[in-house]
Write a protein that binds this ligand. Structure first.
Ligand code: ADP
Length: 592
């Protein structure tokens, strides 16, 4: 993104604070005038004292001048303190408010995006997080640089140059000549560093993602004793980051040296020129100090230029990432406006193909009917496409071709929020939010009463265990066991009370006792609803009224348990294997 494009995009975020901007600018202007006072006072002092000395006068005559200087300088300092405070305070208020608005805007926007956005390459959690944080930081710094740093410095520099020109055109021209040279060197420096800076951004995102990955997989890493391998992976990335940073620094230092040299040439030229003008009687002696100080006001912002330029370039790089997220409007979930009074719950997939954003084709020509109020099971080996079907039925993704229908109406025509209000999803590992058990259950319906929460917990066979806890429903939900957390998720479903429920391997990560306990809760929630269950548990499959068996994204068989079994295909293969793995003969013998 170019500077202009970025600034244009920033305008809507700055506009709500236009009064702060105006206040900052006014203070800046006054502050810049005040910044020239020292040079003027010094000029006056040297000339006045010099005149006194030349006239052979002493301390008594000079007292008035000294008093005047004291009063002017102290008043100016007091004014500067007040101005700087006001300018910083307003500037900071604007910066903090804009930072908050930028963060809020991106979160609100991201929440409207389809799941496809989150599963795109490059949008992994760590990378997105870095892009957002850095984007917000850089953009806020851009605002700060512009209103708090650049403007005051440059207004002060322009005023100083104007004053120099007013005294003598040649001195003014000398000071002015240094500026483009300095700009040119800074521009070259930025151009040289740009590629490395972009690389740094990519490495930095990868580093955050890598650290998150380590934390998430720490159990696996430890159990395989792969700490050193993981450490080395990070180390090689860190080395690249260090190399990159060293190259950046080396180049920056070389350019900084060059810029300091140019600045000093400016100072020397000003001294020589003003000394010449004084000696040839065209200026008073005070003018030497006067011009050196004014040139200080010109070179101060220029010295900051590369830092501001660096920040600016960083901001441009990261702003691109930020606005890419903000501008992904094509990722927005599309909602129709179909909201029938009653949702019956008949689901159909007609000739559905589906490909994930990374190019994995997960479903091929799926035709399926899920009858209202009945239990339908999806069976297949891992990767067969069962969860993908659930994703499509929940409108998390749109099919490549074909149709997904609920009660005969294409999901695209349904109001997405309304649709999801009527669908419940229980996953293998349900997300338990940081909060109490009560809050987690109430997530299913924020307006539910305490009695409704208790009722839901009872139906999910959770009430007694939770009541026995010292803090009851106010206990932290994250401290519950896996089985108990799963029941919190089921209680959440009871309180939501949707007519359609998807159970995606709800007992897969649980032990036998927890599975048995949860079976009761699941059986309770299945009643009078359209249920799709994905499970490896034979008991849950056999109980289903219709079974669809899938292989490599295709439906292979469907029918009742007996019908599918007789087809002698995928279903039978999986069923027999599951039964054998249970060692039924021995189990039966033991039970006898
Ligand atoms: P199942 O639920 O039967 O185990 P899935 O529906 O999860 O199978 O996966 C079907 C195929 O889609 C697999 O090849 C899997 O690797 C792929 N897949 C699943 N989720 C994603 C995703 N978010 N992005 C890309 N590919 C995916």
């Amino acid at each position: 993104m170019t500077t202009l494009q970025t600034l244009k995009k920033l305008v809507p975020y700055v506009m709500p604070y236009k009064w702060l901007v105006i206040a900052t600018l006014v203070l800046t202007l006054i502050g810049s005038c005040a910044a020239q006072v020292n040079a003027i006072v010094l000029n006056y002092t040297v000339d006045a004292i010099n005149a006194l000395v030349e006239a052979g006068k002493g301390l008594a005559e000079g007292l008035d001048i000294m008093m005047l200087i004291c009063v002017v300088l102290l008043t100016k300092e007091l004014l500067t303190v007040a101005l700087t405070f006001g300018q910083r305070f307003f500037g900071e208020k604007m910066r903090i408010s804009i930072s908050q608005d930028l963060s809020e805007a991106v979160i609100v926007k991201m929440l409207t995006y389809k799941l496809a956005f989150y599963s795109r390459d490059g949008n992994e959690p760590g990378k997105l997080q870095t892009r957002i944080n850095r984007g917000v930081d850089s953009l806020t710094r851009m605002v700060q640089n512009f209103f708090i740093d650049i403007l005051p410095l440059f207004v002060s520099a322009i005023l100083a140059i104007v004053l120099m020109f007013k005294q003598n055109v040649w001195v003014g021209l000398t000071a002015l000549c240094i500026v483009p040279i300095y700009f040119w060197i800074t521009y070259k420096q930025a151009a040289k560093l740009k590629g490395w800076r972009e690389m740094h951004k990519t490495y930095y995102e990868a580093k955050s993602h890598g650290i998150m990955n380590i934390i998430e997989s720490i159990n696996v890493i430890k159990s395989f004793n792969r700490e050193s391998i993981e450490g080395e992976k990070q180390l090689s990335l860190l080395k690249k980051i260090t190399d990159n940073q060293m190259k950046t620094r080396k180049t920056a230092f070389a350019f900084d040296g060059l810029k300091t040299f140019v600045e000093q040439i400016g100072v020397v030229l000003i001294i020589i020129l003003t000394a010449y003008l004084v000696l040839s009687g065209q200026m008073t002696i005070g003018a030497i100090m006067y011009h050196i100080m004014l040139f200080g006001n010109v070179s101060a912002p220029i010295r900051q230029l590369h830092r501001i330029y660096d920040d600016w370039n960083d901001a441009l790089i990261y702003a691109g990432g930020y606005f890419d997220i903000m501008n992904s409007d094509h990722e927005k979930e599309i909602s129709g406006n179909y909201r029938p009074e009653k949702v019956k719950g008949k689901l159909e997939l007609r000739g559905v193909d589906f490909t994930y954003p990374n190019g994995t084709k997960a479903l091929h020509n799926i035709n399926m009917t899920i009858e209202s109020g009945k239990i339908t099971a999806l069976l297949g080996l891992s990767g067969a496409g069962k969860s993908t079907i659930v994703h499509l039925l929940d409108k998390f993704y749109d099919p490549d071709c074909g149709q997904v229908l609920l009660d005969g109406v294409d999901l695209r025509e349904w109001d997405t929020k309304y649709l999801r209000d009527h669908i419940g999803l229980v996953l293998q590992k349900n997300h338990i939010f940081d909060g109490t058990i009560e809050e987690n259950i109430r997530y299913g319906n924020p307006t539910a009463t305490d009695e409704e929460v208790i009722e839901a917990a009872k139906k999910a066979y959770l009430y007694e265990q939770v009541s026995a806890l010292p803090k009851g429903f106010k206990s932290k939900a994250t401290e519950l066991s896996g089985g108990q957390q799963q029941r919190v998720a089921i209680a959440r479903m009871f309180i939501k009370n949707p007519p359609i429920i998807f159970l995606d391997e709800p007992t897969a990560s649980l032990d036998a006792i927890a599975t048995e306990q949860i079976k009761n809760s699941i059986d309770a929630i299945k009643k009078d609803r359209t249920v799709i269950i994905i499970s490896h548990s034979l008991s849950q499959i056999i109980d289903s009224e219709t079974i669809y068996s899938l292989e490599k994204g295709r439906v292979m068989e469907h029918g009742t348990h007996e019908e599918c079994y007789d087809m002698n295909g995928v279903y039978r293969k999986i069923f027999d294997a599951s039964a054998r793995s249970l060692n039924i003969e021995k189990i039966v013998k033991t039970m006898d």
